[in-house]
Design a protein around this ligand. Structure first.
Ligand SMILES: [Mn+2]
Length: 448
């Protein structure tokens, strides 16, 4: 890494960000313990019998903040390493199992829930127990669980991969027989089958997905704040753009805003593609110097309170689109806005496509193959749980039409994250301009 130039620009931008929108940074969001207790009760109401077992993650990835397994966090609200959550619907009781740690481990990593008497009482568990006692607990509970263990048999999702994408990555990893060992999730399933051959293992993921698809009031508050924070981040990247700037400086401008706003980081590796890189869907090297005549395509969102956000904007390096860029930009923008108009409870992908087709026809615009439809859900994962074929109030979607012209060294993608409301949708990421004249006016005022 070229440390000196890079760290100097990060520092300058952090100092700059200190002057901005204090309201956005002074707020705090988060969850109450009651939120997780409500979710556990709702899952037990769906499942009714057996025991539900959810495993937390047991290790911290290298060089990163710890971020708990999504499904475990959604119900446990706990970020201790190596934790296991057990719910017993027959008695409506939930138990958290935690590893017992030495004084030295606690000295290094800080106290967890086992060491926190107040926290234990507030978290609403029937008991917090040592993870070494889990099998004894399950043996004692076997009479009450009717021979059924509900565990996650479907793949996990992660911060930036959907369940299906995790499975895809696992498949790719296993291409070589040197790498085809079972994942920790599959190992746990095998272990449960070996230890409890008399028990029937059932997949809890569909019940979890049905809940995660509809955002709660606390989640909506966090998502609104993340929408505003992530939008401000992209706006600052726009303001920092000029010919000669490095792509990574624009990443730094955005990161400074979201870190200062209390986000754990980006929800995925920030994509800052200038010129030819704007045509690479998941470009994240961000090391090119931006040239006059380029567009910059930035795809960015923060990870705030365990919820992701997803925005893409495309803007001209000089602050003025060329005629050709402007023409393509307008098509993508009109498709995106027509999608937003059509997002309301009850709408299907076909309804959205039909509306886009009608709008484009009325405006005399050839959408060049961009037809709209549904994007992807956004929540604990950037590519969140599957949301089915009909929009419902409380769902959150990213809408992301795009057109790419690699032979002309530019592509345009415009993406907003929206919350489905009673009557339509609320654009959570509206704080960053997308109209051509708004972008050009903002950039005209940015100084040289
Ligand atoms: Mn997206």
């Amino acid at each position: 890494m070229t440390l000196s130039a890079r760290s100097r620009s990060v520092l300058a931008i952090v100092l700059l960000a200190g002057l901005l929108a204090p309201g956005l940074f002074a707020q705090r969001t988060g969850y109450t313990p009651e939120e997780f207790a409500r979710r556990r009760a709702a899952l037990m109401d769906q499942v009714k019998d057996g025991a539900i077992i959810l495993f937390g993650d047991a290790s911290v990835p290298a060089g990163a903040h710890f971020r708990q397994d999504n499904d475990f966090f959604y119900f446990a609200g706990n970020e201790d390493l190596g934790a296991v959550l057990v719910l017993v619907p027959a008695s409506k009781a939930s138990y958290l199992f935690l590893p017992q740690r030495s004084a030295r481990e606690i000295q290094y990593d800080g106290p967890g829930l086992l060491e926190d008497a107040d926290g234990k009482a507030k978290a609403g568990f029937a008991d917090v127990l040592a993870v070494g006692d889990l099998d004894e607990f399950l043996a004692r509970a076997s009479g009450r669980v009717a021979g059924k263990l509900y565990v996650r048999l479907s793949p996990r999702d992660s911060l930036d991969d959907a369940r299906s994408e995790t499975a895809l990555m696992e498949g790719r990893r296993a291409r070589s027989h040197y790498n085809d060992q079972l994942s920790v999730d599959l190992y746990r399933i095998e272990k449960l089958r070996q230890r409890y051959p008399q028990m029937e293992l059932r997949d809890i993921a569909p019940a979890i997905d049905a809940m995660r698809a509809i955002k709660t009031a606390e989640e909506i508050e966090i998502l609104r704040r993340n929408g505003a924070l992530s939008a401000e981040a992209v706006r600052q990247a726009m303001l920092a753009t000029r010919p000669g700037v490095f792509e990574y400086e624009l990443e730094a401008a955005a990161m400074a805003v979201v870190l200062r706003g209390g986000a754990k980081g980006a929800a995925y590796a920030p994509i800052v593609g200038s010129g030819p890189n704007s045509c690479i869907f998941h470009y994240e090297k961000n090391f090119r110097r931006v040239e006059a005549g380029d567009v910059v395509l930035m795809d960015f969102g923060a990870d705030l309170d365990h919820l992701a956000m997803d925005i893409t904007r495309t803007w001209p390096a000089t602050g003025r689109f060329t005629d050709e860029q402007r023409e393509v930009y307008r098509i993508v923008l009109e498709v995106e806005k027509a999608c937003i108009e059509a997002y309301r409870p009850g709408a299907t992908p076909k309804d959205v496509r039909d509306h886009v087709a009608r709008v484009m026809k009325a405006k005399g615009i050839d959408p060049r193959g961009q037809m709209g439809g549904f994007g992807h859900g956004v929540g604990l994962a950037v590519h969140d749980v599957p949301l089915g074929g009909v929009l419902k109030e409380g769902m959150v979607f990213a809408i992301e039409p795009a057109l790419y012209y690699p032979e002309k060294n530019f592509g345009v993608r415009i993406e907003d994250t929206v919350l489905i409301t009673k009557t339509g949708c609320e654009v959570l990421t509206r704080g960053v301009p997308k109209e051509i004249d708004e972008i050009e006016a903002l950039m005209a005022g940015r100084g040289k």
